[in-house]
Design a protein around this ligand. Structure first.
Ligand SMILES: [Zn+2]
Length: 207
């Protein structure tokens, strides 16, 4: 599938290559699209080895298709992995703005959340879609949890950051699977009302 350049309108099979070599076409990725990418990177995504693209994969087709539509010209096609049935991968185009925006995310090869920005609703929405789940606790009430294994050494700072950004303050919970953020059963409906469900993971909002 080819993509139209948002500046010159021409159609390209590899838009990233056109943008890299063009002097006049330097479209800016919108704030909303950057926040979608930030949420995905906090969750299931990673920065490509070139440092210039975001990649992610899910055992779900509807969600990456939805993301691809939301990202528009920034997104490549959603492809099923040839070696793994039912796993769908999405790559963004390779682009300078992605490299500069996400250059600080890796320390010693490990992905570490960049907490130098306020956490937005849109980023939290996609983090929750990727790594969140609902657990039934305390009778029939549900509690939202978000896995964040890589943040284990900085979990207090992460909790402060979430609180300061205007979300209900979670606690942390250490299990065999790593570290989870845990929202109380009272705070869970407040959290999930802050952003709409995403296509493909609607059940994670089903209290
Ligand atoms: Zn162009």
């Amino acid at each position: 599938m080819s993509t139209n350049c948002p500046t010159c309108g021409e159609e390209y099979d590899a838009l990233g290559i056109h943008l890299t070599h063009s002097d006049k076409c330097n479209p800016e990725i919108s704030d909303r699209k950057i926040e979608i990418l930030r949420g995905i990177l906090m969750g299931d995504g990673w920065v490509s080895s070139s440092g210039r693209a975001i990649q992610a994969e899910w055992a779900n087709k509807k969600y990456p298709q939805y993301i691809s539509k939301e990202l528009g010209w920034v997104s490549g096609d959603v492809k099923e992995r040839p070696d793994r049935n039912g796993i769908y991968q999405l790559n963004t185009i390779s682009y300078d703005q992605i490299e500069t925006t996400f250059s600080k995310w890796y320390k010693n090869g490990e992905k570490i959340w960049d907490t130098s920005y306020d956490l937005t609703n849109e980023a939290m929405r996609h983090l929750y879609a990727c790594d969140g789940s609902l657990k039934v606790r305390e009778g029939r009430k549900s509690a939202a949890t978000i896995g964040c294994a890589n943040e284990r050494d900085r979990i207090k700072r992460v909790i402060e950051w979430i609180d300061k950004s205007g979300f209900p303050r979670p606690t942390s919970h250490i299990s065999n699977y790593g570290v989870e953020l845990y929202f109380s059963t009272d705070d869970t409906p407040k959290l999930l009302n802050m952003f709409d469900p995403v296509n493909g993971y609607e059940y994670k909002w089903d209290l």
